[in-house]
Design a binder for this molecule. Structure first.
Ligand code: FAD
Length: 459
């Protein structure tokens, strides 16, 4: 065998697995179909979306402050922001190339498939490895009656590379990607409507915070049509795209926009990996089935990240990638999912980790709830940025923290406190009695913990 580990897919799952395996003394080869490393996250996901979210938010803030600061009204040049975004992506991707060189990881730039328990085929050549890791990620799901052309009927990939702001946009799907991209284009002046089949946006997150986020986004002039089913769609040529929708009362309606973004989810990219030919088990939606050590039905072949069941998140893929490398090297890493955070990068941001109030009530688990709204937080008051709330969920008997849920401009940076609290099995008092720097948004976490114990200072 030439290699200890062959990896298919250089996304955040695969490339972290490669580096960790190399640190542990394994010889690694990476197969990547795209010309650049970094996968969906770096090329057409987390990084480009956050670049556009950041630029559009700065623009919106500038517009809001222009009059009071006596500045000329600024203009947003989407084409030049796209160039800036591309440079950021290239810089980060090049950094992975350098890391691979440092760790002596071989790279084969080609589409690859598994052809045996220890064989990967790429570019007509068969490579041998003691272990194989499938980290091929996921792809956007389209509507059968409205195939992507990435111009007027776009996936998230198309939404990240528009050169011109459309006058109007319908976003099908009010999940994370839907509300993030709706935010970008609404801030840039598009008339954005989000249509969602559920009664709320961002299904699965704390319903109170999701409701507050919805109200904030509506204040930012994004329209929402909830409980709505998209029945059909057609391309109207240079007049845009038309969708036929059914509302909750059964009434049908036609709505039009220049561009339709379909953000209804992603499916595991397992179809051209060779798994079917090797009889590796997959679920009906194409997720590769693995055991608790990420082994597929062939013990030398592992799978992680978006390709398997679970939340489609970059840091989850990386966490699993590092764990697989350690398992192959003979270690026994502790993999727990309860402390994997989830962030929606809207304004305000919504970040959650652990058990939500809704889940605890469904499980009939006795809990304590503590809350702190940002309208009472001094730092948020200095910035006149008081939308949002911290909610902590704890076990009623032990007072151990089970979940933290934050709606705030800085929620993505604050949520790691909850990750540590959950990982270290901290109680409300252990977190709430710690000194938090003043004035900070994070003091709301302390205050929420103390609130759950009926001893908050400011509520
Ligand atoms: P991927 O990143 O999808 O990488 C898979 C790689 O495998 C790709 O490079 C692909 O080219 C390669 N590949 C596939 N098949 C083959 C083959 N046969 N041969 C060779 N190579 C192959 N997650 C977050 O945590 N935070 C965010 O803010 C966030 N924002 C997102 C925004 C958008 C618009 C999108 C689309 C996703 C976002 N995600 C975010 C999700 C995140 O990008 C994914 O969860 C993550 O990239 C999954 O990592 P992965 O390593 O499993 O697969």
């Amino acid at each position: 065998m030439n290699y200890d580990l062959a990896i298919i897919g250089a996304g955040p799952g695969g490339y972290i697995a490669a580096i960790r395996a190399s640190q542990l003394g394994l010889k690694v080869v990476m197969f990547e179909a795209w010309p650049t490393l970094g996968g969906t996250c770096l090329n057409v996901g987390c990084i480009p979306s956050k670049t556009l979210l950041h630029a559009s938010e700065l623009y919106m803030q500038f517009l809001e402050e222009a009059a009071s600061l006596n500045l000329d009204t600024p203009a947003f040049d989407l084409a030049s922001q796209q160039q800036k975004k591309a440079a950021i992506v290239t810089g980060l991707s090049d950094a992975i190339v350098q890391l691979f060189k440092k760790h002596n990881i071989d790279v084969v730039t080609a589409r690859a498939e598994v052809v045996g328990p220890n064989q990967v085929k790429a570019d007509g050549k068969v490579y041998e490895a003691k272990n194989i890791l499938l980290a091929a990620g996921s792809q956007p799901i389209g509507l059968p009656f409205l195939p992507f052309d990435e111009k007027k009927i776009i996936s998230s990939t198309g939404a990240l590379s528009l050169e011109k702001v459309p006058k109007s946009m319908i976003v099908v799907g009010g999940g994370v990607i839907g509300v993030e991209m709706a935010s970008v284009y609404s801030r840039l002046g598009s008339d954005v409507t989000v249509v969602e089949m559920m009664p709320t946006i961002c299904a699965g997150v704390d319903t109170q915070l999701a409701g507050m986020l919805l109200a904030s986004l509506e204040k930012q002039k994004i329209s929402f049509m909830l409980n709505v089913q998209v029945l059909a769609g057609r391309d109207l040529g240079n007049k845009g795209v038309e969708l036929k929708i059914r509302q909750v009362d059964g009434r049908e309606l036609d709505i039009q926009a220049e561009v339709v973004l379909v953000a209804i989810g992603r499916s595991p990219r397992s179809q051209d990996l060779g798994v079917a030919k090797l009889n590796i088990d997959t679920t009906p939606r194409g997720a590769v089935v693995v055991d608790k050590n990420f082994r597929t039905t062939i013990p030398t072949i592992y799978a992680i990240g978006d390709l398997i069941n679970g939340p489609m998140l970059a840091h989850r893929a990386s966490y699993e990638g590092a764990a697989v490398a350690e398992i192959i090297a003979g270690k026994q890493p502790k993999v727990e999912y309860i402390h994997i955070p989830n962030v929606i990068y809207t304004s305000p941001e919504l970040a959650t980790v652990g058990l939500s109030e809704d889940e605890a009530r469904e499980l009939k688990r006795p809990i304590l709830i503590g809350k702190c709204a940002f309208r009472g937080n001094p730092r948020a008051r200095t910035a006149e940025d008081t939308d949002g709330l911290v909610k902590v969920v704890a076990d009623k008997k032990t007072e151990r923290i089970l979940g933290l849920h934050i709606l705030s401009s800085y929620a993505s940076e604050m949520i790691e406190v909850g990750v540590v609290a959950l990982y270290k099995r901290m109680s409300l008092a252990e977190l709430g009695d710690l000194p938090f720097a003043h004035p900070t948004y994070s003091e709301a976490i302390k205050e929420a913990c103390l609130h759950a114990l009926h001893r908050s200072y400011h509520l």
